[in-house]
Ligand binder design. Sequence first.
Ligand code: BG6
Length: 484
Amino acid sequence: MVSRVIPVEPFDLVIFGATGDLARRKILPGLFRRFCSGQMPEEARILGAARSEMDTAGFRQLVAEAVAEFGGGRHCEDGTLEQFLEIVDYEAVDAMGDGGWEALKGHLRDGFVRAFYFSVAPSLFGALAERLRTFGLADDDSRVVVEKPFGHDLESAKALNATLRQHFAEDQIYRIDHYLGKETVQNLMAVRFGNMLFEPLWNAQYVDHIQITVAETVDVGGRGGYYDKSGAMRDMVQNHLMQLLCLIAMEPPARFEPDSVRDEKLKVIRALDPVDYHHIVRGQYDADDNQPGYRVHVENPRSTTESFVAMKCHISNWRWAGTPFYLRTGKKLRGRTSEIAVVFKDAPHSIFDSESGRHRNVLSIRLQPNEGMTLDVTIKEPGPGGMRLVDVPLDMSFAEALGPEAEEVPDAYERLIMDVIRGNQTLFMRGDEVEAAWAWTDPIIAGWQSRGEVPKPYDAGTAGPEDALMLMHRDGRRWREIRV
Ligand code: BG6
């Protein structure tokens, strides 16, 4: 198999918030793995910037520890870490003041791609963007990378967009949704638009419904303060699930190019109907024998924030009118499964007797774990005794099908950071997309608040509240199993 990776140009990457959790867990180890796989030019430089006073040696130590703890990749040769640390440096910077900016500027080289990663609280975006301009660190070719949460609602997202656009053009702003960097999420587009097989059936005439599940086993961890103000709707649905929905439902873009793809995604969001409140279930995980519940985790005994959401939505356009999309996400569920399932309609007429039962084709795309695709097809049960039908999966695990090259697929962050350096915005959210997504979620959240709704409790290790099951049962359908 010939793999074609577009090389990246030499670059200076400044990471603001370089000592923080995201940098340690994802950004720094991800960069190291790219370095190991030989996809980082020798002249690349990575500059950590944060409030803490620290010298270069101290920061390199932090990077080495982050790589050790969060994974350096399997194919790294001995001594590579030392080489990587050589390209890493650090400068203490005061985001709200003048301290450190001139020194940081002193590290930047002319003629190289410049990218600034804002791995900081959104309240600092404006101050950083302004200082990058006033101290002359950024020019019209520089890129800024911003993390979610991108706002808390439509109003705050608009304000953030306006602040960033005061200093940078839209084509310089890279809004990360790390789900778009996941291998299988991109595969979704390859499957849909690279094959003749699926696209003709990809519409309301042939698809009964679509399910999108992002189930997690983890609790809210040490992020209770943030999470309790967000809930699953803001933390997962407004961004990750919405992006998956867009990719599964959008029209074929004319080209695989940033604005072609993002225009089509935006049309999907704008075509979403407001959600009837009877079609949404919120849940909050309970304590069990061994572990405290959500309210203890977030240290808020009266919290009414949801750690689970299930909903049915509709896209009012020619392709999807009448086909429901069921979305579901939550913490402390039975298993860690992210999956999109396209459930096709029954064959129009069965030539077999009624005892052969009801059989349906289901295409399921697994994002994690064990990335791959399964297509359930109906065949005859082997053996004598008449025609008995049975559904069997045509199962393709990408790791098995593609061999060692798929074994160590780049983590979402690795891929996305390299796309920033390449100047490719296809897998990043445009400002109008983010705003449209908030415009759709805001009324749902406002409705919960005005009705004083309290989430339904659910037991840890289950598939969420009973009502979520009923959401589908009422329609004569059922959720796919969340595998342990
Ligand atoms: C983050 C959310 O964006 O995505 C977390 O803030 C969530 O709450 C995480 O756990 C899930 O990402 P992944 O890649 O582990 O599925």
